[in-house]
Design a protein around this ligand. Structure first.
Ligand SMILES: [Mg+2]
Length: 215
């Protein structure tokens, strides 16, 4: 039997979907490397190999070159608090939440490097508040499918492929995911349309609550 109180749950990734991570990290990477910012391409793939971070760090499997930059960017440059939002993301999430009764569930893997989790979480919450992004749940998770959502959005190929096995996923287009097949949005107008379409389908099917993978 349908649960009339159930809400359509939208599982939303932050970096590369709501926050412009590449543009935010780029000037910090330029400073870190001691190069002009325009020497670092904006068309990058996952892990930024195009920026050649290894030129100032030995290939240490315990702390890869990227992790050193990431730690510097968060702890010294407040990256998660200073990122620019991706155009249209905040207002689309407000409209989905306040007008269309979508339950926004932020799901991010920002804690993948140890020892500065408090800083990363505080910056994340301050950023969400500052940009007026509504959310009901805030999950710091690697296994995004484990928390459940009726529809997800992500930009990282590894996450998209893992979620696609059991869930509906919108691919938010950027240079890191050009080769991935699936339902794609190029901007937040398109995201909003897809969410509303899927919410209508979900309602037509009786509006079951979101399920975790494996249940
Ligand atoms: Mg992402």
């Amino acid at each position: 039997m349908a649960n009339k109180d159930a809400k359509f749950v939208f599982g939303v990734d932050l970096d590369g979907v709501c926050a412009n991570f590449i543009e935010g990290l780029r000037p910090i990477a330029a400073e870190w490397l001691g190069v002009a910012v325009d020497t670092l391409p904006t068309e990058v793939t996952y892990g930024f190999p195009e920026w050649h971070l290894e030129r100032i760090a030995k290939d240490d499997p315990n702390e890869p070159a990227y992790e050193k930059l990431h730690r510097f960017a968060i702890t010294q440059k407040q990256l998660f608090e200073r990122l620019e939002p991706i155009a249209g993301a905040a207002v689309a999430l407000r409209r989905l939440s306040f007008v269309h009764d979508v339950r926004v569930r932020i799901i991010t893997h920002r804690l993948f490097i140890p020892h500065f989790h408090q800083t990363a979480i505080v910056q994340t919450v301050q950023w969400l508040e500052k940009h007026g992004i509504p959310y009901y749940d805030l999950c710091f998770m690697e296994s995004k499918g484990a928390v459940g959502a009726n529809l997800y959005i992500d930009d990282t190929p590894k996450n998209i492929e893992a979620l696609s096995e059991k869930h509906n996923v919108i691919i938010f287009s950027n240079s890191t995911n050009r080769d991935i097949q699936g339902r794609r949005a190029n901007n937040w107008n398109e995201v909003e349309q897809i969410v509303l379409e899927r919410q209508q389908e979900w309602k037509a099917q009786g509006g079951e609550g979101a399920r975790s993978s494996g249940t």
